[in-house]
Design a protein around this ligand. Structure first.
Ligand code: AMP
Length: 393
């Protein structure tokens, strides 16, 4: 089959999404609102994306025939999960445009490739070294020093596959266990804050961004995001300049998030790239003229990009499975906070650490939005635990 030649994919057409989590779900909500049909492909059924898509296909990402069959029924393909094998993306790309392209995916799938790309293109990153053997580890620790963080090069996200090395004993423990996969050692950064820039690029090279968002992580997982970030204007400008450079260097079509560490001296270091809508951009759904999900749709369909204007300062708090520990959270109590919006992803099993949903609050200031959203989240479990009930009295 030939690749469709029209550069613009108009409402009514079917869009394919590889992956089926909450990012695909929110993309599907935005796409269906604009009259598109959504097909999702992943190894599971009754998924967060599948529940709102028109068509849910269950298949393995490395089953090239299944991926080809899926691609042949859509006008453009995107993904919400970057660890799709590159061979599958190439197979799909023979039939239909895949946006962003497989080359972006290939770089972002592996920390070492990503950091090498960033450093090679002059983007600031923490000192790092490849570790493929215990001998490599010794020389990497020698050059980078302690404390440092050892991360798996492939398939790592939300702090999975990370070990902080504080002392020579920590290094010896890793040496004793052996090095069985490709790792990256990077300097531990005593950052002042973590920031992200979610940005998008159209088929025609148009660039937009949602400004700088401030992120607080808990146990390596994003906890709260606040927009706009409280950083000096020159830091904000520099963050957007770097993000723009990254999207342009990678020739991205779609949304990409650049996560940064900001040091106490105001220096920015890129920590990670996510070549898709990102958790820190969820607040754009309620707080901006165009959300990151609608923008992803516009970009991959070749439509003009929408305004990213922030309507009001906003904050987002993730809802992890831990909140279900003492039973169903008290949704009524959170709804009783009038400026808070509840987003739930339709996941059946609330495991600890699993992202089940998020809350967004809009307010007069980012600080106030953060206060409201954290308070609303606390209300979800206040009557579920002895300690928090006591707090209330
Ligand atoms: P990552 O999966 O690499 O995005 O890491 C998740 C979180 O772990 C980051 O957002 C930071 O809070 C923390 N972290 C990761 N790498 C470092 C580092 N080199 N220095 C300090 N904190 C880090």
């Amino acid at each position: 089959m030939k690749i469709a030649t029209s550069p613009i994919v108009l409402p009514g057409a079917a869009i394919g999404v590889l992956g089926s989590g909450q990012l695909g779900r929110m993309f599907a909500i935005a796409a269906r609102r604009m009259g598109y049909r959504v097909h999702t492909f992943s190894p599971e059924g009754d998924t967060p994306t599948g529940q709102v898509a028109d068509v849910e296909i269950i298949g393995q990402y490395d089953d090239l025939d299944a991926v080809r069959q899926f691609a042949s029924n859509v006008r453009v393909l995107t993904f919400e999960f970057e660890n799709v094998p590159s061979g599958s993306v190439e197979a799909a790309a023979e039939l239909v445009p895949v946006r962003p392209g497989g080359a972006v995916l290939h770089i972002a799938q592996n920390r070492l490739r990503e950091k090498t790309f960033l450093a090679g293109n002059g983007f600031p990153v923490a000192p790092f070294a490849a570790v493929r053997s215990v001998e490599d580890l010794a020389s990497a620790v020698e050059s980078i020093g302690l404390p440092s963080v050892l991360k798996t090069a492939g398939f790592g996200y939300d702090g999975k596959g990370q070990t902080k090395l504080r002392t020579p004993d920590d290094v010896s423990a890793v040496v004793a266990g052996g090095v069985r996969e490709e790792l990256v050692l990077e300097a531990f950064i005593d950052f002042a804050c973590e920031l992200s820039v979610v940005a998008a690029r159209g088929v025609d090279g148009a660039f937009v961004d949602w400004g700088v968002i401030e992120n607080v992580h808990s146990r390596h997982v994003l906890d709260v995001s606040v927009a706009p970030a409280s950083v000096p204007p020159d830091v904000a400008e520099e963050a957007v300049r770097i993000a723009r450079g990254v999207l342009e260097s990678l020739d991205v079509v779609g949304v990409l998030c650049v996560e940064f560490f900001c040091t106490r001296e105001g220096k920015l270091l890129v920590n990670e790239l996510a070549p898709r809508p990102h958790n820190s951009g969820h607040l754009t759904f309620d707080a901006c003229v165009t959300s990151q999900f609608e923008q992803q749709l516009r970009a991959v369909c070749g439509l003009p990009l929408g305004s990213t204007r922030l309507l009001r300062p906003a904050a987002m708090a993730n809802l992890l499975g831990d909140l279900w520990e003492h039973g169903e959270p008290d949704w009524e109590a959170a709804c009783a906070v009038p400026d808070v919006k509840i987003h739930l992803y339709g996941k059946m099993h609330p495991k600890p650490g699993r992202k089940m949903g998020h809350l967004t609050a809009l307010a007069e200031s980012p600080e106030e939005a953060a206060r409201i959203v954290i308070e609303a989240r606390a209300r979800l479990t206040r009557d579920r635990t002895g300690i928090q009930s006591a707090d209330r009295q």
